[in-house]
Design a protein around this ligand. Structure first.
Ligand SMILES: C[S@@+](CC[C@H](N)C(=O)[O-])C[C@H]1O[C@@H](n2cnc3c(N)ncnc32)[C@H](O)[C@@H]1O
Length: 213
């Protein structure tokens, strides 16, 4: 998926009031004081600002997004609110411009389905987490493999459904990235989205570099 097509769609939504989300990652993440957190696909920055309050002045939250307008909108809001323990970084999730082993918590809401190289994003999540750190990710999965005519259509992918993979594929990608014991915190019944049927879910796991295979 071409990231400039994604950024083009989200540029016009940066200052809109419509909802961008599909799950409850931030609400389920239980961020604690002093933690370092990263939100992947941070959009207008709502979840970053919420986490910033939870981690307090000695904690820090990074928001990562590909869309220039989203970064600008989120940074402006944080500045207006006087929030100093946040930074919004414009970056593709397949190659995130942050150092390794820095995060206690990685969250994401309704974003990873957009990304074409999902194993690469999950390798990045593993790289960014400290040992013992956790992710809490909300996303969708498709009931059946998405037909190629939609999966290769950039507009359909940007509409948050055609880039989805099945639950079995999703869990296999997470497992291959190095996360062994994951838990599903919430999961919806299948519902129609675009031309397919999807479910929303929120999933969590810890990075444990020393767990045996
Ligand atoms: C559906 S919105 C969700 C925004 C936010 N997480 C929320 O819940 O309100 C998806 C966001 O992911 C960003 N995004 C999509 N693909 C991306 C990529 N490959 N790298 C970085 N950001 C991406 C978009 O710019 C957009 O802001």
């Amino acid at each position: 998926m071409n990231t400039s097509e994604i950024a083009g769609r989200y540029a016009v939504l940066a200052n809109d009031t419509c909802c961008l989300s599909c799950g409850g990652a931030a609400g389920k993440s239980e961020a604690r004081p002093d933690e370092v957190c990263i939100d992947l696909g941070s959009g207008r920055g709502t979840d970053v600002l919420r986490l910033a309050e939870e981690v307090g002045p000695k904690g820090f939250v990074y928001g990562i997004d590909i869309t220039d307008e989203m970064i600008r909108k989120a940074s402006t809001t944080a500045a207006k609110m006087g929030v100093e323990n946040v930074k919004f970084v414009q970056s593709d999730l397949e190659q995130i411009m942050l150092d390794s082993d820095i995060a206690d918590l990685v969250i994401s809401n309704c974003t990873l389905n957009h990304v074409s190289n999902k194993p690469k994003v999950w390798a990045e999540i593993y790289r960014l987490l400290k040992n013992g750190g956790r992710f809490v990710i909300s996303d969708i999965y498709s009931s059946d493999p998405v037909p190629e005519e939609y999966a290769l259509d950039p507009v359909a992918v940007a509409e948050c459904w055609a880039g989805s993979v099945t639950k079995a594929q999703y869990l296999e990608i997470i497992h291959s990235a190095g996360f062994k014991d994951f838990r599903i915190l919430e999961e919806s019944a299948p519902y129609p989205k675009g031309k397919i049927e999807v479910s929303s879910f929120t999933i969590t796991a810890r990075k444990d570099e020393y767990s045996c295979c």
